[in-house]
Every structure is written in structure tokens, then in C-alpha cells.
Design a protein around this ligand. Structure first.
Ligand SMILES: [Zn+2]
Ligand SMILES: [Zn+2]
Length: 206
């Protein structure tokens, strides 16, 4: 398994391309913008992308979805609780972002415990609400894509519509910090970290 990390869009979202180095099949997580650059990477690695998965429905994570979907002809997957947000540019906040309003209907709705199978990879959906109601984290072996839930030394904002501080803390403590200490955490913004590092040093999780 390999993961390509690319910072995309003006909000510096980490887009991840996760793929099997054996079958070259993979998926794209959070294409927040710069669709052409993402497509170029897919081309360079000669990948067969099967789907686009969103960690949540916020505008900064979806700016490249429609262009990628059209070019690749793949399904878009999101947690069911963020469905409404994707269909409403004021709710997903893209209406006020420079790239303009983004609204669409996802192809498949996810829920906690779902397994997304891509080639020989199994990607586990962990529902981690708090930043938005439908935030998910994706676990692939010893790697965790934590979206805007858990960051290195920080946590996601909870002051947007549908956010809850109590809920994000509960999600992180009960669903993420219980994972293996050595799990590599790849967040939706900023640098990578590990579960152990966040247990020890994240000031929001004391
Ligand atoms: Zn967000
Ligand atoms: Zn974000």
C-alpha cells in the first residue's frame, strides 16, 4: 500500500491518493482543489482510481471533486450525515469561497464500520462526528486519515454549523486514541503525527 500526500487548494487541504502498489488500484481522499495536479499524479503512477472518498462535506475538501469525477468516471462516497451539506453551497461554505459554489449529490453514503474495498486494500470507515456531523476517519492498516477531526497538536474547529466540541473530544478519545500507538495519522491539514504523540502532547486531549 502506498499513500501520496498533496497539499491542494487555497485552504491547504491535504489530498491523499491511497493505492495498492500490487494492483495499482486506489482512491482519492478529499480533492479540495487543483484537480489537474491530482490527475497528473494519477497518470504518473499509472493508477486505476476506483472512487473519491470525502472525510466530510466542507467546501475546502470538495473543490476538485466534480472535475475529477468527470475525468475518472468514479463514484463519490461520503458519510450519510454530511449529505445535506454537499447539496447546499451555503451549508458547505463553498458559496463564500473564491472557487465558487460547489453542490452535488454523492453516489454512495457511508456509515460507521463500513469497509471500502479497493484492489487488495481494505479501508475501514470510523465515524468521528464533532467537526461536522458526518466526519469520518479512514483506517488502512497502520495508517489513519483523520480529516479535520485530529491534527498534530490540535483538533478540528467546532464553531461551524453542526459542530460540537463535546462530540469531537468524545470521537477522538473513544474512537481514535484507542488505536495502536504507532498508527501514523495523516490529517486533513498540516503535518503527520502518531496516535502516541497526540496522546502525550495534544493540549486538547488532556
Ligand atoms: Zn472542515
Ligand atoms: Zn478542512
Amino acid at each position: 500500500m502506498k499513500i501520496i500526500k498533496m497539499e491542494v487548494g487555497i485552504f491547504a487541504v491535504n489530498c491523499y491518493i491511497v493505492f495498492s502498489d500490487r494492483t495499482k488500484e486506489g482512491l482519492v481522499v478529499d480533492p479540495g482543489g487543483d484537480a489537474k495536479r491530482i490527475l497528473k499524479a494519477i497518470d504518473e503512477y499509472d493508477l486505476d482510481i476506483k472512487s473519491i472518498v470525502l472525510t466530510h462535506g466542507h467546501g475546502d475538501h470538495i473543490g476538485g471533486v466534480l472535475e475529477l469525477k468527470e475525468e475518472l468516471g468514479v463514484d463519490v462516497l461520503v458519510h450519510e450525515a454530511d449529505l445535506i451539506m454537499l447539496q447546499d453551497a451555503s451549508r458547505n461554505m463553498s458559496a463564500n469561497m473564491p472557487m465558487g459554489a460547489v453542490e452535488f449529490k454523492p453516489d454512495r453514503l457511508l456509515k460507521d464500520g463500513d469497509i471500502i474495498e479497493v484492489g487488495d486494500l481494505q479501508i475501514e470507515v470510523i465515524h468521528t462526528p464533532g467537526h461536522t456531523p458526518g466526519c469520518i476517519s479512514l483506517k488502512i492498516g497502520q495508517h489513519l486519515l483523520s480529516g479535520d477531526t485530529l491534527f498534530k497538536g490540535s483538533i478540528g474547529r467546532t464553531d461551524f454549523e453542526g459542530g460540537s466540541y463535546e462530540q469531537i473530544i468524545k470521537s477522538i478519545k473513544e474512537r481514535l486514541l484507542v488505536l495502536d500507538d504507532n498508527t501514523l495519522v495523516l490529517p486533513g491539514h498540516g503535518e503527520n503525527t502518531t496516535i502516541l504523540e497526540e496522546k502525550l502532547y495534544n493540549p486538547f486531549l488532556e
